[in-house]
Every structure is written in C-alpha cells, then in structure tokens.
Design a protein around this ligand. Structure first.
Ligand SMILES: [Cu+2]
Length: 138
C-alpha cells in the first residue's frame, strides 16, 4: 500500500491519494470477508433440525449468515397438511427470521419449508425437520 502511494502518480489528476488508499482498504476488507459472505446460508434454527420437542413450538426462528428476504415460510406435515408461519416484525430483509404458527401444531413430524432471496440475488430454499411428541409419555 505504501509503495503504491509513493509511486509517481500519473493518475493524480483524476485519482487523489486519499481515494486510492480508501479503495485499497475497502478492497482488502472485501477480500478478507469474501469466504464468509460468498453465499448466504441457513446457519441455525429453533426448533433445530432434527429437534424433538415435548410441546408444540409457539414460534419458529431461522438464522441466516446474511440478510435474506423470505418469500415463503410454512410448516408441513407428512400427510400434506400445512400451517402458515406468520412473520413477526415485517418482511424486511433480516438475518433473524421470527414467525408464529397460524394454527395449533399437533404432535407429529413437521418440516419448516422456507424460501428466500439472498443479497447476491441467489434464490434459496430449505427444510428444517423436527418432531413434536405427544404430551403423555409412552
Ligand atoms: Cu450466493
């Protein structure tokens, strides 16, 4: 970086040293962050994938590595029954997506089906499976 600044500045009429330094720093920051920001992905959820709950979830939460715009979110049972998941806090892009089931979640196997659009324009979809056990122990 220093070498570049002290070089003869043929371009100085159009590109000042301050803007050159800023560009280099920004570029360096981007290249360092690139591995983590290359693609946004689901990094966690509540219930977690494979989770077994002793009572129905009152809310569902998805955590992404970057802000996504969720386009579809619902709970699906093996028989095809589905429950709408209502977003809490609006539909603005977020890394932390909170939603509440619009109907009672009965005991059984459920899948959270989600679709979203990442900041880089990539469409993403995924599923998080969990089980709600019946209230009484067998
Ligand atoms: Cu991507």
């Amino acid at each position: 970086m220093l070498a570049m600044v002290t070089q003869p500045r043929r371009w100085s009429a159009r590109l000042k040293p301050t803007s050159l330094v800023r560009t280099v720093v920004v570029g360096l920051g981007l290249s360092l962050a690139a591995p983590a920001q290359a693609h946004v992905d689901l990094v966690g959820s509540n219930p977690p994938h494979g989770g077994v709950l002793t009572e129905p979830p009152s809310e569902v939460r998805l955590f992404f590595s970057g802000e996504v715009r969720v386009t579809s979110l619902r709970l699906v049972a093996p028989g095809g029954r589905s429950i709408v998941l209502r977003r809490v806090g609006g539909n603005a892009p977020s890394t932390d997506v909170l939603a509440v089931p619009a109907a009672a979640v009965t005991p059984g196997d459920w899948t959270i089906e989600w679709r979203s659009i990442a900041p880089d324009g990539h469409l993403m979809r995924g599923e998080v499976a969990f089980r709600v056990e019946a209230a009484r122990a067998r």
